[in-house]
Design a protein around this ligand. Structure first.
Ligand SMILES: Nc1ncnc2c1ncn2[C@@H]1O[C@H](COP(=O)(O)OP(=O)(O)OP(=O)(O)O)[C@@H](O)[C@H]1O
Ligand SMILES: [Mg+2]
Length: 226
């Protein structure tokens, strides 16, 4: 399948904290071609996660809009967004446990993420065992979330994000807790997904990831600076 394109128009996100306004995004415009990969860089607090959660439709922008495959996620119903994420958009949020089912084992977490994939795309799915193996998780495939280390949970989150062979993967710092060997596993996984046509947006401080993507973009104080 072909990847989904992304278009961001004048996106602003203002949070209210104790009556004070925090401007997380100050008018971001962005286009990402279908099937291409982009790394999002920038200092802590610059708005990277805010941008990713808006693309995922996990929150609504203060103004502006975000379109995925031509659909305006800023205006979609919760129900439509759930379907979009279950079928088309893989999301790996910062903090691995937030992406996972606590009472299911690793393999079942991956299997669950494949349940809503339409019939005509099922032949593109990789088996949970195969996905876990590629991320160095073969030996813990029957372990529950609580029995996995932080780095194992992080790799499992990526396996779950890619389980449905999505048209778009949104991943927030997928290697922050990993050693060099496992960072390489993750990079290999992202490269495989990109080769399969998945559009990739990855927030990262990892030079290795940044060197493998088509384009890098930096945010500072909620604005694109390069
Ligand atoms: N839910 C929220 N409520 C209030 N303020 C928030 C919320 N989420 C983010 N912020 C604020 O918005 C700004 C941008 O945060 P964001 O999480 O997008 O940054 P980031 O670039 O992902 O940082 P990091 O590299 O530390 O993950 C920060 O000042 C943060 O405190
Ligand atoms: Mg963040």
């Amino acid at each position: 399948m072909t990847g989904l394109d992304v278009r961001v128009e004048a996106l602003e996100m203002v949070y209210e904290v104790d009556g004070e306004q925090v401007h997380a995004l100050r008018g971001v415009d962005l286009e990402i071609a279908a099937g291409s990969s982009m790394a999002l860089l920038g200092p802590s607090g610059s708005g990277k996660s805010s941008l990713l959660t808006l693309l995922a439709g996990l929150q609504k922008p203060t103004s502006g809009r975000a379109l995925i495959g031509g659909q305006d996620v800023s205006a979609m119903s919760e129900r439509a967004l759930l379907a979009l994420r279950a079928r088309e958009v893989g999301v790996v949020m910062q903090g691995p446990a937030r992406n996972l089912l606590p009472y299911a084992n690793a393999e079942d977490n991956v299997r669950f993420a494949q349940r809503a994939v339409p019939r005509d795309r099922r032949d593109r799915l990789r088996s949970p065992a195969d996905l876990l193996e590629q991320l160095g998780l073969g030996h813990v495939r029957r372990s529950r979330l609580g029995a996995l280390s932080g780095g194992e949970q992080q790799r499992l989150s990526l396996a779950v994000g890619l389980a449905g062979a999505p048209g778009l993967l949104l991943a927030d710092e997928p290697t922050s807790q990993l050693d060099a060997v496992n960072r390489a596993h993750v990079v290999e996984m992202l490269v495989t997904a990109a080769a399969g046509g998945t559009t990739i947006v990855v927030v990262t401080h990892d030079e290795h990831i940044a060197s493998q993507v088509d384009r890098t973009l930096a945010l500072r104080d909620g604005e694109i600076v390069s």
